[in-house]
Design a protein around this ligand. Sequence first.
Ligand code: 3EB
Length: 343
Amino acid sequence: MTVSHPGAPPLTAALDCLFVTPGDDERERVAGRQVLGRVTYGQSGRPPLLHHGAPLVRISMAEPAAERITEVWTTDRPVRSGRAGDLVYAEDGEHFFCAVRIDEQGVYRDTVRAVYEAAFSLMWRLGYTELLRMWNLVGAITGPNAEGMENYRDFCVGRAEVFEAWADRIPGMPAATGIGALRPGIDLYFLACRTGRARHLENPRQTPAHRYPTQYGPKSPSFARATYLEPGAGARPVLYVSGTASIIGDDTVHLDDIERQCATTLANIEALIGAENLGGHGLPGGFRLTDLDCVKVYVRDAEHLPAVRARCAEAFRPGADIAYFNVDVCRPDLLVEIEGVCR
Ligand code: 3EB
């Protein structure tokens, strides 16, 4: 048990994340905080709904034999939740969580644009004007759509069109994940906050994704490498790290070499979160790999899981929440992708 002293800063950030596995007691781990949203990475994929007053997203990301995890977003403030059309959302006065599922389509871009448009309109109307973090879980991500275009590229077109249309209101793109899921369709969920607290960061080792050349698709991916959330009074800063892979500049490096792709991915994260890069963005402090928590590791080939687990066990803090998924990555030559939260 932790004892808090009057006037002492809270031990957790106002917005927090943890992973709950089927053996855990969620109430004990959440410990009196309010739930802003839950995301279950399990076998089944279902449209999001409200469950005990909070959004519940269920994404098909785990093989039957694999462990199911639920990512739980918590806050120290009262939560209000609701539905708006297909969107399910929650807010705490400072932070906003929103989720929606797109069922399988021959071509995704128009629906992606419409769904993002509805989500941005809702967050804007409720006064949450800054994006913090987005997840896009795409079924058959490297497979072809009905026009023969890769589903990921098709998705990127719709997403880029929304960011273009909203550029005056939402000038920056946040940290994101774009990764494979085991069922057709696209699940997306995101976090936003009140104005003036988010800073989007790039990685000196990588070309900003929104400036990738067109060889990777007609519209480049709309995301930043990380988003820094300024601490509220008495809270700690948080850095949301995007899905990161073995990409230098815009090139995939170390084809067919899981050890080196893993090492490059970790080196990319180290450079992104370190004091030098934060300082270059005018931000204080800096993080190390051992500050990373709520880590998600995506591995394309099941045979590589043991090697990746071994490298991650060495790199990250013992006791950090880490989940592994055997899913496709958005380029066929990427074997591994890693994301997390520094605090
Ligand atoms: C990359 O660096 C790898 O489309 O939202 C990583 C994180 C990747 C987010 C996205 C894609 C996305 O390009 C892929």
